[in-house]
Design a protein around this ligand. Structure first.
Ligand SMILES: Nc1ncnc2c1ncn2[C@@H]1O[C@H](COP(=O)(O)OP(=O)(O)OP(=O)(O)O)[C@@H](O)[C@H]1O
Ligand SMILES: [Zn+2]
Length: 704
């Protein structure tokens, strides 16, 4: 260790008892990937779970208030030293793991059958051979961790073997192997699907070939290509900037959160995030190396993050172990009989508790994935179930985002209405904002004249700016034109107000410091928005709100039509995040649904963030839940799935505790033989596992 602290900066941004959110920056050169950060923070005393978002530079830490408090915790985190480089992770125990469990299962079944068929003298060696791995493991665990449920199981088998009750010993070994095999194969199946779903969907890259921008698959980008990168996307190659200017967030690679300005000659790294601007980059390193590693880490993190429910179950299971042990001892003392002691040891609850909860989570995530909803981990599912407030973004979320240009008002006689559309489209054509795409589509319907311009700048949540014939052209919101650009619009106030009253979204076009025109666009509300909101309310959501960067007239009309509980308009991205922060502080558990670059801070700050399918890369990366189809119904499906999974987990939990308490009681009273206990106990465990599998929602969903 070199003793330097890991974090360069660590500021609490939000805290409630038991939970604290911090903004962090890692010292350059430290391993700053999400799994590593999560691992080190989770190792701090009192920490129960950690969420890391590198994109948002945020650490959300839950802790046990009985063990630590926010101040002690922050000191401990600030003092964390940089460790020795971690040894390479063992190869994923995927297929090998399952083969192992499969083989164990087959062997234990053979032993069970053999213990009936084989002549007596052969039964002991056979049973011993089959039980040996678990006995050895039990001893090793005992030495390492003291008494836990594995140790109890091993003890039960050992006692049965000592009593030459081979049926009991072999039944237990078999049932345990069966449970593990089931859990393993379910987990593997769902992990494989989730990994596939988690791959970033934007595998198309813009490159300049012979001066023309064309879209090619990421895999087809070659060294020497000029790659064009727009705001809100992840940079696909390592290389050098040829032209353009942008701010890039390199936190994903360097851990340094302050955005870095990139200009001609600067180096850029793949996997970093372009926040604003536009670059043409000479590709020096292409291929999947860096990006692949980043995604693998990311997937690993989302799959292994333990949920609260999972931790609760594991904690209860561990707490029950001494009770079971005492009960076995007491039962032996009362009956003077090893048989009932063995019987009690079989019936410990932990396997059901520890297996059923993760299986229910995995199978809910698996089912959701097949139904077009990517839920990134048990944690996300749990938080979605807890959400009592849903906040929608407007454009592209409650509305389709396929806007139509309905009016073009030219205030300067040298431009016709069609010219005005083409003027705006000439500078908008490089962007994927819904407004930009609508203007470009409208221009194609006209004479589609292209105005030659200099480089275009995109100002998030404001608009675009460039220079044509030496004069500054700006296209964007009223706030951008009036307040930031200082262009006077009063002469056309009546026309503008009229369009606003019609519920139109307006784009203001300033040229040479004068308002030369306004484009009006109509956005259509998604047909399914109202029904989705109604379903969310039935699923326990108390408040539904809307946040938008658009003008308040349009927002008010939509909020009334959809019977929303409230809305905020004319917002900048930071405003969206701040409103969410304020509401959370008031106790709301917010699910935020959004799609744009402007939504990323809100997605990261909400209790659970949901990204629409057509959203920007950054929105999908930051969100806890990503929709795989452009259908708002999926938001209600996701919430219902989460609620159902959590209800099932709670039911299973009670069932486990109830059934096993009864079995345990009967065993302690000597009413059950060890075989009886093993069959009953493990049979109910497997039953509960099968029940947990039902949390897959696919059957409950209407066909798309
Ligand atoms: N590419 C662009 N071209 C022109 N104007 C833009 C562009 N991007 C944003 N704007 C202006 O900035 C405003 C806010 O944009 P932002 O992306 O934050 O939200 P929005 O698309 O209007 O709506 P929502 O917040 O509901 O998604 C837009 O209404 C628009 O006036
Ligand atoms: Zn501004």
């Amino acid at each position: 260790m070199n003793g330097l602290p890991w974090f360069l900066r660590l500021e609490p941004v939000h805290r409630v008892p038991g939970r604290i959110r911090l903004r962090y920056a890692c010292r350059p050169g430290t391993p700053a990937d999400e799994p590593t950060l999560r691992r080190i923070v989770e190792a701090v005393a009192g920490v129960t779970s950690v969420r890391v978002s590198r994109a948002a530079q945020s650490l959300a830490v839950r802790y046990d208030s009985a063990q630590t408090d926010a101040v002690v915790l922050c000191h401990a985190l600030a003092a964390l030293p940089i460790p020795e480089p971690a040894p390479p992770a063992p190869a994923a125990e995927g297929a090998a793991g399952e083969e192992n469990h499969g083989a164990t299962l087959a062997r234990s079944l053979a032993a069970l059958v053999g213990s009936f068929l084989l002549p007596m003298p052969l039964r002991l060696p056979l049973s011993l051979a089959v039980a040996m791995p678990m006995l050895r493991e039990g001893m090793a665990i005992h030495a390492r961790e003291g008494v836990n449920s594995h140790v109890l199981e091993a003890a039960a088998v050992a006692i049965s073997l000592a009593r030459k009750d081979f049926t009991a010993a072999n039944t237990t070994v078999f049932m345990l192997a069966l449970g593990e095999y089931m859990e393993e194969s379910i987990a593997r199946r769902s992990d494989a699907l989730l990994k596939r779903l988690l791959r970033p969907s934007s595998d198309q890259v813009w490159v300049l070939r012979d001066g023309v921008e064309i879209q090619v698959p990421a895999a087809a980008v070659a060294v020497g290509d000029s790659v064009v990168i727009g705001a809100g996307t992840v940079i696909p190659v390592d290389g050098t900037v040829l032209s353009g200017e942008a701010t890039v967030n390199e936190a994903a690679m360097t851990g340094e959160s302050a955005p870095v300005v990139k200009q001609r000659g600067s180096g850029v790294l793949s996997g970093t995030l372009m926040e604003e601007g536009r670059l043409v980059v000479y590709a020096e390193h292409v291929g999947s190396h860096t990006a692949a590693a980043r995604i693998a880490d990311y997937v690993e993190q989302s799959l292994t993050a333990k949920s609260e429910a999972q931790l609760d179950a594991a904690r209860l299971a561990d707490r029950l172990v001494p009770t079971v042990l005492k009960l076995a001892g007491g039962s032996f003392l009362m009956t003077g009989n090893w048989r009932s002691a063995a019987s009690v040891l079989q019936a410990d609850y932990s396997c059901a508790l520890k297996l059923a909860t993760p299986v229910a989570f995995k199978s809910a995530m698996y089912g959701a994935g097949k139904a077009g909803i990517l839920i990134k981990g048990a944690n996300a599912l749990e938080r979605l179930a807890q959400a009592d407030t849903v906040i929608f973004d407007k454009t592209g979320t409650l509305t389709t985002g396929d806007l139509q240009v309905t009016d073009s008002l030219a205030f300067d006689p040298s431009f016709s209405p069609d010219d005005l559309i083409c003027l705006a489209a000439s500078v908008e054509e490089h962007y994927f904002h819904p407004l930009a795409m609508a203007v470009v589509a409208a221009a194609r319907e006209t004479h589609n004249r292209h105005f030659d311009h200099q480089e275009v700048k995109f100002i998030v949540a404001h608009g675009v700016a460039s220079v044509i014939d030496g004069k500054r052209i700006v296209v964007g919101s009223r706030h951008f034109i009036e307040d930031d650009e200082g262009i006077d619009t009063t002469a056309h106030r009546d026309a503008i107000d009229g369009l606003h009253r019609d519920g139109k979204t307006l784009l203001f076009i300033g040229f040479g410091g004068v308002l030369v025109g306004v484009l009006a666009l109509k956005d259509t509300v998604r047909a399914a928005s109202a029904a989705t909101i109604a379903r969310l309310r039935r699923a326990g959501v108390k408040r539904v709100l809307m946040l938008t960067g658009d003008h308040r007239d349009r927002a008010a009309e939509l909020a009334a039509a959809l019977h929303l509980d409230g809305f905020h308009a004319d917002l900048l991205p930071a405003d969206k995040a701040r409103i969410i922060e304020d509401l959370s502080r008031g106790g709301a558990r917010i699910a935020f649904v959004g799609d744009g670059i402007n939504d990323a801070p809100a997605l990261a700050g909400a209790h659970v963030g949901i990204a629409m399918q057509k959203g920007a890369d950054i929105a999908r990366l930051t969100a806890d839940v990503a929709l795989l189809e452009d259908r708002i119904e999926r938001v209600a499906d996701a919430k219902e799935t989460a609620n159902a999974a959590m209800a099932l987990i709670a039911r299973n939990y009670h069932l486990t505790v109830g059934l096993n308490s009864a079995i345990l009681g009967a065993a302690a009273l000597g009413l059950l033989s060890p075989v009886g206990t093993a069959v009953l106990h493990n049979g109910t465990t497997i039953g509960i596992l099968l029940n947990a599998l039902r949390s897959a929602p696919s059957a409950a969903l209407p066909p798309p």
